[in-house]
Ligand binder design. Sequence first.
Ligand SMILES: [Zn+2]
Length: 237
Amino acid sequence: MSANYKELKRQAFEANMALPKLGLVAFTFGNVSAIDRKRGVFAIKPSGVPYDDLKVEDLVVVDMKGKAVEGKLAPSSDTPTHWVLYRDFPEIGGIVHTHSACAVAWAQAQRPIPILGTTHADHLPVDVPCTDLMTDKMIQGDYEIETGNQITGHFKRRGLKPVEVPMVLIAGHGPFAWGKDASKAVYNAKMLEELASMALMTLQLNPKIGRLKQALIDKHYQRKHGKNAYYGQAKGH
Ligand SMILES: [Zn+2]
């Protein structure tokens, strides 16, 4: 039994197992993948396996042609979407898809999540983008590939950078999040759910509130992500 991709599968397994613990998935919903760029493969959750039954060896390793190279089970049906995101966003190392409730609510309302407070600005400097609904042609075509194209096309048209904006809503469907590795992608998926929940409550309390003022957005984003970032324990602070 080959174990060529043991470490990659372990990373993807642990990230997948974090989803139910964080309350981001029910039943068999959701999937995480982790990529090894040097070897040109990524490990992803198998299709339809409940989290309680999932084992490291169940993870499926897929190459950049979309072909399974290790694993006995069929990969997640969302695998082609992950493949497109890895192809078009070369900086990312891990991807998460969930149907977490608050993020789905915004996706179903077909609305970007407005940047209303500093929790949001700590993580990204703009609204969480929401794609347009997919066209009939895309839906009837290669649906999962086109879902990926819908995301990366939206980022390209809007001039959004995947490193700066590590999350998206697909209209009528739900969220995808990513990061430099699978564990960071899980963090961003949980953060997205928190931002979605906070924005929903804020607009219930005051539907007329506008975006956070730009000076606060800049302050919070830059102190964590700018070139003179000082938040946290890095660089002698
Ligand atoms: Zn989905």
